[in-house]
Design a protein around this ligand. Structure first.
Ligand code: 3PG
Length: 443
């Protein structure tokens, strides 16, 4: 989505029209005959890699682990499994650092079975290898984004991929928000069902939009606001309180006329003045529309729908963790120095947000509340993470950096659900139908 979508063209957030009802039943593994079938197992193995010596290795295998239950089911059915995914954004050409070799190696280790990685995604060599497959074999096609046709959405690739299989088992929730030959293309051409991870993601995230237990507290942070505007607007329909942090908070403070000096308000690609102005306008509009909506959370805690930080930690830059200053936002005489930036929420904000979290029955969290990569600026984000782990609410996390941030604090086992999706989570919660869903719905 872009902040220049028609609904925002006049700087007015069009939230009355946003859909929040998502009731849906997907076709699953039991709804199709899989015995000894040739199956394209469409996964989202877009996993982080790092160089180790001469090789690349997978540094986070959560998405591979999430696909194993479905893969094991297919192997029990003696399917010939053809794994299809993209990794990174190679732009339609081969990029050595983005081959799937380290991914197939990690999958073989986890599955305890050899996974043959092919050197291409389509072509005569691939056809030959697939023709030799026996029931129970697993092969992995090369990164589909090495194909120009995938990047350009050409039907020729859809045809080549579709010929490979009798069935598509779609388990790539994290890539389900994109229209491409390897997503909507093959789903439209081959009988398809959802895998177990896909079903779980839709079921867990749907709970947030369909009658979440109140109070429903949403926490939104991260470095970019533009890709979360529609998600925020949609969640305002169902959430009782939205706690804001990170760069998103800076936009709201600026919209209230406060000084934010050099604080991040968007990532570099959206730094143009026009875009910034548009984002401030949207923030202003959201504040105006919610200003009279208060919720009583009990014990005298009466909160507005949008809650902004009370204090923030500032520093000259991210490399200056030893010299910081806490700015109380209610103190009209104490401003952030003009060449400093806000890098974390302050202790008063952590205390207030924690009190609200303690009273929640449902929580959704997306995005860090500060520059958590530097430990001096990670206390706010960590404080909120700990508050959620102590609460009795159903806690769901997902989108963008959220998972890596939680892993840094080693708290990942303490939440009810962490989605495997990045952008797909935000898209789903924005209420717009994911493009793959219509091919996976039960009649
Ligand atoms: C993910 O990992 O979230 C997806 O693979 C991202 O897809 P994109 O490169 O189209 O954003």
């Amino acid at each position: 989505m872009g902040i220049f979508s028609s609904s925002h063209r006049n700087g007015t957030a069009c939230w009355e029209k946003v859909n929040v009802i998502v009731s849906m039943k997907l076709k699953g593994l039991k709804d199709i005959d899989l015995k000894e079938k040739r199956v394209i197992f469409r996964v989202a193995y877009d996993v982080p890699l790092k160089e180790k010596g001469k090789h690349m290795i997978v540094t986070d295998d959560s998405r591979i682990l999430a696909s194993l239950p479905t893969l094991r089911y297919l192997l029990r059915k003696k399917c010939k499994v053809i794994i299809l995914t993209w990794l990174g954004r190679p732009g339609g050409k081969r990029v050595e650092k983005l081959t799937l070799d380290p991914v197939s190696k990690r999958l073989s280790e986890l599955l305890k079975k050899s996974v043959k990685k092919l050197d291409a995604c389509v072509g005569p060599g691939v056809d030959l290898a697939l023709s030799k497959m026996k029931p129970g074999d697993v092969v992995m096609l090369e990164n589909v984004r090495f194909e120009k046709d995938e990047e350009e959405g050409n039907n020729a690739l859809t045809k080549k991929l579709s010929k490979m299989a009798d069935v598509v088992v779609f388990d790539a929730f994290a890539q389900s928000h994109r229209t491409a030959p390897s997503t909507t293309g093959i789903l439209s051409a081959v009988p398809s069902v959802a895998g177990l991870n896909m079903e779980e993601e839709i079921s867990k995230l749907s709970k947030l939009l369909e009658k979440p237990k109140a109070p429903f507290v949403v926490i939104l942070g991260g470095a970019k606001m533009s890709d979360k505007i529609e998600t925020l607007i949609n969640l305002l329909h169902v959430a009782d309180v939205v706690l804001i942090g990170g760069a998103m908070a800076h936009n709201f403070l600026k919209a209230q006329g406060m000084k934010i000096a050099g604080s991040l308000v968007e990532d570099a690609s959206h730094e143009s003045k026009k875009v910034r102005k548009k984002i401030y306008q949207i923030a202003e509009d959201i504040l105006a529309k919610t200003k009279d909506t208060y919720v009583n959370l009990g014990s005298g805690l009466n909160m507005p729908k949008i809650v902004l930080p009370r204090d923030l930690i500032s520093a000259h830059d991210t490399q200056s963790p030893s010299q910081t200053c806490t700015i109380e936002l209610s103190d009209v005489h104490h401003h952030i120095p003009w060449n400093w930036m806000y890098l974390d929420i302050g202790p008063k904000t952590v205390a207030l947000y924690s009190k609200i979290i303690e009273r929640a029955k449902t929580i959704f969290w997306n995005g860090p509340l500060g520059y958590f990569e530097e430990s001096a600026f990670s206390h706010g984000t960590k404080g909120i993470a700990v508050a959620i782990t102590k609460s009795k609410a159903l806690s769901v996390l997902g989108g963008g950096d959220t998972e890596s941030m939680i892993k840094k604090f080693k708290l990942q086992r303490k939440f009810d659900y962490i989605s495997t999706g990045g952008g797909a989570v935000l898209e789903f919660l924005s209420g717009k139908p994911l493009p793959v869903i219509k091919y996976l719905l039960k009649n």
